[in-house]
Design a protein around this ligand. Structure first.
Ligand code: ADP
Ligand code: MG
Length: 594
């Protein structure tokens, strides 16, 4: 089978994404490869597809148990024989996996770096043909990144131990030069081909909110996205706990994750998030690398992270399945103080000299400054991120809180300007009802008594329905541009003032219009709900998270195109041969009955 057939048959996709093709071709030609792609960019397929084409087995080195388990589970669903070796298995199981691997039962073996140099694993590698070694999250080899893992330094020796050296490819989302150099040197790559795909993730909407009362802002956002899955990142465990209880008291289906919880609780909580029992999770950045959940619709940062790389990696956990998703950062100046404290109080790294430590600190401070600049929000946010990663975007993105001109949202700046200037004219002393009356031009007794009918904003929105004006106000409150105090008086937030005085534009998100084909055929929401129920049943029966069976995006495509038989079903993105055989019937039966 060629690479396209593998992509279609096993993964159900028609096209490789930008960069995947280059990485795969480079690997297949036998060249060592470093691929730098953003989180959610589709790195796994870059090593999984070649693994299916090479003779013998592929060893994938991965830093986290949960990551390995999830990927192996997802591969098995696609019909790709894979296994993992890590400390979650007991010795008898490990022995069995190794024996099966020797017999050629697997195409892909995931291992933790600690296992590479153990005698049993070395024996396995001697007795089978290992054609390809893929290193996922390769930045873990570098002490200049966030997730340094000493045992990643063993990889070089491991690769050197083969009689016939396998092709080696390293994957990461970290793009700094120094980390890239470390990856090439410390992993011992030979003349590696370097592939860096565009860092843009079009489906992500970026927003920075500057507010004092973050908790209220957070609750409004969660309300705005209610019913969907999301992650709330906090900088400290204490913050996680506080926010978790706050949300829980509001009956939001929420769980939490940080390194201070017992291993058992962490696992339970993570599972309930992944399985969508608790679709919202509040977490520190300890909750991260292993999370490949595809239907995360929002990532809210309650605190500013220490650098743009961490931010983009964490925010990038939204919208992995390609659906529209939002990344919101709640910023306040105290975040800067906290991050500086982290830098100044970081534990010494025993592998670095004193002058290197100093340099590292300086580097972190510089990175922090770039993160702060992002939060000041004086530029297109996406362009800010892309420039940080070395790209040179020439146009504003139209899909961030700074921008305009996006097709998937409507510009409501003018409405915001009208409403906000009315609120200013009445000196932030009137209720929503009075503000609406003025905008609408209703001459009530009160309005006349206050001489509000003489204001320039009187009747300025008389062409909009009263209910429409109210909806705008509600929306602006949710977006933290306005607040309503206990007495119902409307006040402007700082972000709202920026609309009046700094040319900030406001866009209201609507359904995406990116995929024109999908737009022509409208989505049958009732059918979609039923398909989700079927998926949930199948997930429960097989003990698998729902999105491993089919992603939300795949179900949406089914609900639009209503495939009649297996042949048509295979045309839906995300439906491969194996899944069609295994699950297709359940969905087709229902679609045909409908
Ligand atoms: P990364 O490891 O780079 O963060 P993943 O490998 O987890 O990203 O992929 C993210 C998502 O993108 C997954 O849900 C995957 O199925 C999807 N994906 C990857 N490649 C393609 C493709 N060519 N077409 C459609 N979806 C893809
Ligand atoms: Mg990955």
């Amino acid at each position: 089978m060629d690479k396209y057939q593998i992509l279609k048959e096993y993964f159900g996709y028609d096209d490789f994404r930008q960069g995947q093709l280059k990485a795969i071709d480079s690997i297949l030609s036998g060249t060592d490869t470093v691929a730098i792609m953003p989180t959610g960019g589709g790195k796994s397929i870059c090593f999984q597809v070649p693994a299916m084409m090479f003779k013998g087995i592929t060893v994938v080195i991965s830093p986290l148990i949960s990551l390995m388990n999830d990927q192996v589970r997802a591969l098995s669903q696609c019909g790709i024989p894979a296994a993992f070796l890590n400390t979650s298995l007991d010795e008898t199981v490990i022995a069995r996996v190794i024996a099966d691997a020797k017999e050629g039962k697997y195409k892909i073996i995931y291992v933790a770096p600690e296992r590479l140099l153990t005698p049993s694993f070395r024996r396995l590698c001697k007795s089978t043909e290992v054609s390809f070694v893929a290193i996922d999250e390769a930045h873990c080899v570098s002490q200049w990144g966030q997730d340094f893992r000493p045992s990643y330094l063993d990889i070089k020796e491991f690769i050197g131990s083969f009689k016939r050296r396998p092709v080696v490819a390293a994957f990461t989302a970290t793009a700094t030069k120094i980390v890239k150099q470390d990856i090439c040197n410390l992993l011992g790559l030979r003349n590696p081909e370097e592939i860096a795909t565009g860092f843009d993730r079009e489906n992500l909407y970026f927003e920075v909110v500057k507010v004092k009362d973050k908790l209220t802002a957070l609750k409004r956002y969660i309300d705005l996205y209610s019913g969907s899955s999301g992650i709330v990142y906090c900088s400290t465990r204490k913050n996680v706990d506080e926010i978790y209880y706050e949300l829980k008291n509001d009956n939001i289906p929420v769980t939490r994750y940080h390194a201070g919880l017992s291993k058992n609780e962490r696992k339970l909580n993570q599972d309930s998030f992944i399985e969508d029992e608790k679709p919202v999770i509040v977490a520190t950045n300890a909750f991260g690398m292993g999370i490949d959940k595809s239907n995360v619709s929002f990532v809210i940062h309650y605190n500013m992270p220490g650098d743009i790389e961490s931010y983009y990696q964490e925010a990038g956990r939204a919208g992995r399945d390609g659906s529209d998703a939002s990344c919101v950062l709640l910023f306040s100046p105290s975040d800067i103080i906290l991050q500086k404290w982290f830098i100044n109080n970081a534990e010494d790294n025993y592998l670095l000299s004193e002058s290197q430590q100093k340099e590292l600190k300086k580097l972190r401070m510089e990175k922090l400054q770039q993160m702060v600049d992002y939060c000041k929000g004086e530029l297109c946010l996406r362009n800010h991120i892309l420039r940080y990663f070395g790209e040179n975007p020439t146009q504003r993105c139209g899909n961030c809180s700074f921008c305009t001109g996006n097709t998937s949202s409507v510009d409501v700046t003018i409405q915001a300007q009208k409403i906000f200037s009315c609120i200013r004219r009445v000196k932030e002393k009137e209720t929503q009802q009075v503000v609406v009356d003025i905008l609408k031009g209703n001459e009530t007794d009160y309005i006349s008594a206050q001489a509000y009918n003489e204001l320039s904003v009187f009747g300025i929105m008389n062409d909009s329905a009263q209910s429409q004006i109210e909806l705008y106000i509600d929306y602006f409150i949710k977006r933290m541009l306005l607040t309503k105090d206990d007495k119902g008086i409307l006040k402007l937030e700082n972000s709202g003032k920026e609309v009046l005085f700094k040319g900030r534009r406001i866009r209201k998100l609507t359904a995406s219009k990116k995929n024109k084909d999908d737009q022509i055929v409208s989505l049958d929401l009732r059918l979609l709900t039923q398909l989700k129920i079927i998926r949930k049943d199948l997930a429960n029966k097989s003990g698998m998270p729902a999105f491993v069976i089919f992603t939300d995006k795949t179900l949406e495509a089914m609900a639009r195109h209503k495939p009649k038989d297996e042949k048509e079903l295979l045309l839906i993105p995300g439906v491969g041969q194996k899944k069609a055989e295994k699950y297709g019937k359940y969905f087709l039966d229902h679609i045909n009955k409908d």
